[in-house]
Write a protein that binds this ligand. Structure first.
Ligand code: NAP
Length: 337
């Protein structure tokens, strides 16, 4: 019989003390029931949004993960047993399952998708070609209706989602300004990804830097919230658009995020503020893949990884993500081919 290891949520974490709240558990795996598929994971995706599901907050976009149950997240892996007609042993797939070596899933509920293997790096099916890429493209084009030549500001710009936003906006002929948490990340954004400028929010006065933008910011792709949203609001262009994709500054809070001090600028500048939530657009995901793949194949969309090895090190990887140690997509490699 196959056995699996998975991370179980035992308690609501305090801050970033994940060791005290989760434990690695081993259990036998049954053969999948009718309509289900057993997948052996090759890679796990680390995503900040799951930090909100670790809290007891009932007002998030997903309910809290019940204590005593497996942590949820995305995997890329191979089907090892299938009781579903659309999936066969050996298929390379991506879906939502557990922080685990193996996940048994209902394909419809897990969003299980067979993956192209003719990509330069299958790990890109998480980042630039996966849900981060879809979020960036859908957010910029569908939600924010970005136009060529506009001025775009991106927070957490060197992360998985932000770095794709930067590249798509650059490809569309926009002026792109990134905000990130180190000089190394800022150099990667301007020198490697070729965006126009980058601001290190830990060492620079972000509001003062944004004041220098002639004509103001047309589109702000927000991944962080807090002080950065407050720095951006007074520096938006008249009729500017803000897409709230993430508010990572508040994800450890059990009581939610305070609103911005410069809320009045929404009126003064006649701004449009919209939430960007990929699951609302999952059905359109297949439409987002071809344009992303075209940019990728042409070398106009590149992924970067922060990779940790081994199921036992998942909490280290998640802590790296939540404390800004990463450039690009945070993943855990489990060692299977
Ligand atoms: N709405 C959706 O459908 C959707 C889908 C995917 C992602 N998201 C959101 O998009 C954002 C980025 O997600 P991602 O997966 O691409 O992660 P990521 O950007 O690769 O990693 C998170 C980054 O946030 C930055 N950060 C800024 N302030 C922080 C703070 N106070 N605490 C911790 N980190 C902080 C860190 O970089 P620096 O501090 O160095 O800049 C860190 O690298 C998150 O808010 C996530 O929830 C939303």
């Amino acid at each position: 019989m196959i056995s699996r290891q998975y991370w179980r949520l035992d308690a609501r974490p305090e801050g970033h003390d994940y060791d005290a709240a989760l434990s690695l558990v081993e259990e036998p795996v049954e053969a999948p029931a009718d309509g289900h598929v057993l997948v052996e994971a090759q890679y796990l995706s680390m995503d900040p949004g799951v930090r909100v599901w670790m809290t007891a907050r009932e007002d998030g976009y997903s309910p809290p993960i019940p204590l005593g149950t497996p942590m949820q997240g995305q995997f890329i892996g191979r089907v090892v047993q299938s009781a579903h007609p659309d999936f066969a042993e050996g298929d390379l797939v991506r879906g939502f399952g557990h922080w685990a070596t193996h996940s048994t899933v209902d394909p419809a509920l897990a969003g299980l998708a067979k993956l192209d293997e003719d990509v330069a790096d299958v790990r890109d099916h998480f980042g630039v070609l996966g849900l981060n890429g879809w979020t960036a493209l859908c957010g910029l084009t569908h939600v924010l209706e970005l136009k060529e030549g506009e001025t775009v500001l991106v927070s957490a710009a060197a992360g998985a989602t932000g770095s794709v936003v930067c590249q798509i906006a650059r490809n569309m002929g926009c002026t792109v300004i990134g905000i990130a948490g180190s000089d190394e990340k800022c150099a990667w954004l301007t020198e490697d990804l070729g965006i126009n400028s980058a601001i290190n929010y830990k060492t620079q006065d972000v509001a003062a830097e944004l004041e220098k933008i002639e004509g103001g910011i047309d589109v702000y792709f927000e991944n962080v919230g807090g002080d950065l949203l407050d720095a951006a609001l007074p520096n938006m262009a008249l009729y500017g658009r803000i897409g709230i994709c993430g508010l990572i500054t508040g994800y450890t809070s059990e009581s939610g995020n305070p609103g911005p001090a410069h809320f009045d600028q929404i009126l003064m500048k006649r701004l449009t503020v919209k939430g960007i939530f990929l699951p609302d657009f999952m059905a359109e995901g297949r439409d987002y893949y071809p344009p992303l793949r075209e940019m990728y194949d042409q070398g106009n969309l590149v992924g970067e990884f922060d990779e940790t090895q081994g199921i036992e090190n998942v909490l280290n990887a998640f802590t790296r993500l939540m404390t800004g140690k990463n450039t690009g997509k945070v993943i855990v490699a489990l060692g299977q081919d």
